[in-house]
Design a protein around this ligand. Sequence first.
Ligand code: C5P
Length: 474
Amino acid sequence: MASLTIRKLDDALKKRLRLRAAQNGRSMEDEARTILRRAAGEDVRAEAQAGKRRGARRSTTEQPEPAPGAGGKRALLIIGGGIAAYKSLDLIRRLRERGAAVRCILTAAAQQFITPLAAGALAGGRVFTDLFDAATELDVGHIRLARETDLVIVAPATADLMAKMAGGHADDLATAVLLATDRPVLIAPAMNPHMWEHAATRRNLVQLAADGVSVIGPNAGEMAEAGEAGTGRMAEPLEIVAAAWTFLGVAGGDQVLAGARVVVTSGPTHEPIDPVRYIANRSSGKQGHAIAAAAAAAGAEVTLVSGPVTLPDPVGVRTIRVETAQDMLAAVTKALPADVGVFAAAVADWRVEKPTASKIKKQDGGTPKLGLVENPDILATVARRNSGRPKLVVGFAAETDHLIEHAREKLKRKGCDWIVANDVSAGSGVMGGDRNTVHLVTADSVESWPPQSKEAVARALVARIGAALAGAPR
Ligand code: C5P
């Protein structure tokens, strides 16, 4: 029988083989063997037999690297064993809707809740379950599973899975892949509130954060078990997708803000009248939070100073929650110096001069007189700093009429470099909505952007900021 010596292959072929082997985490000999085995059709027969055993798998072991979806992104979803696993089926759908190619691993416990068949049907491909499955190892292998992706998502991340991750265990396919991966990892914990609060889970969470793992959720609310409520519900699929996109949004793209420090304000402020009442506005914080997330995804070190919102803290962002305009200014000042400041918060213009320490009582035939004083203008204060002013200061202008005119005037009055102007008139649906139509107003130009999601506005703005920092004309 003829023998094949890799050393004797021509240089170009050797180079291609070396590259392929490295990409697939195999030795050159193993790679050559795999190619020959595939060419000989052996794997098709092996998988036909394995397929009969496993039922849920495809009829061939030929598992090409997942072709990136229309959005060019690949996600590896590890589904842990909890009742929230049913939501992960929807998560597969949502990720694919956004253009990501999804590969799935189900732990043994996950298969008690959902089947590989269901996950595979939604993912449009084979689902992986066993570390010691010869067909899987010969074909894709846990190293390839760990690397042929832009992001690893663990949802639901059970208390047990988190403990294994924190301890570096690798006794099944999911944990082996998690230990072998060099890609970002995002976990969506889900468990009983007592398990979430337990000192062991707290310790594991701290360890995972120190290891660079990002966490989304859990949320508070009713649990699956009757009569149980508290913090422990897995984040909703759309929240997980939004968090995932902070990684996938830049996969293969430029880290246009790598190394830059960015401070963002977001949300409304609450100005107390008495211990139970306050002055507020309708800002949801969606646009500011999306900007913070997009800047972090582009490589920036981001501090988000957020007023009271119901949104989760964006992944990969240092979030400081405040209530009042005065607190927001103090937090922003503390977060400086920065290269860029983006002031998207809807800061209350006035506060009550003397909020009372006890609740104001209703008075017969009279209404309380609230003395108002002006709040500090955070944007103007930062933009007019003599020392430590960010290189680029961006403000927002929410207007109901004469949008551009007012934005231009605001640019001068506040001393900022750019104003992102948006129409917030009643019919626009911007306040609290998911879409935005903005105009980028600079000292000498106005650019009108098409209507788009707030995430898309955030990404476009971050791209422009990156170009500005790189020296392109502002
Ligand atoms: O003056 P107006 O509230 O329309 O200005 C909007 C811009 O100024 C936004 O960028 C907002 O974040 C910022 N601002 C601020 N502090 C205030 C009022 C507005 O930073 N007190």
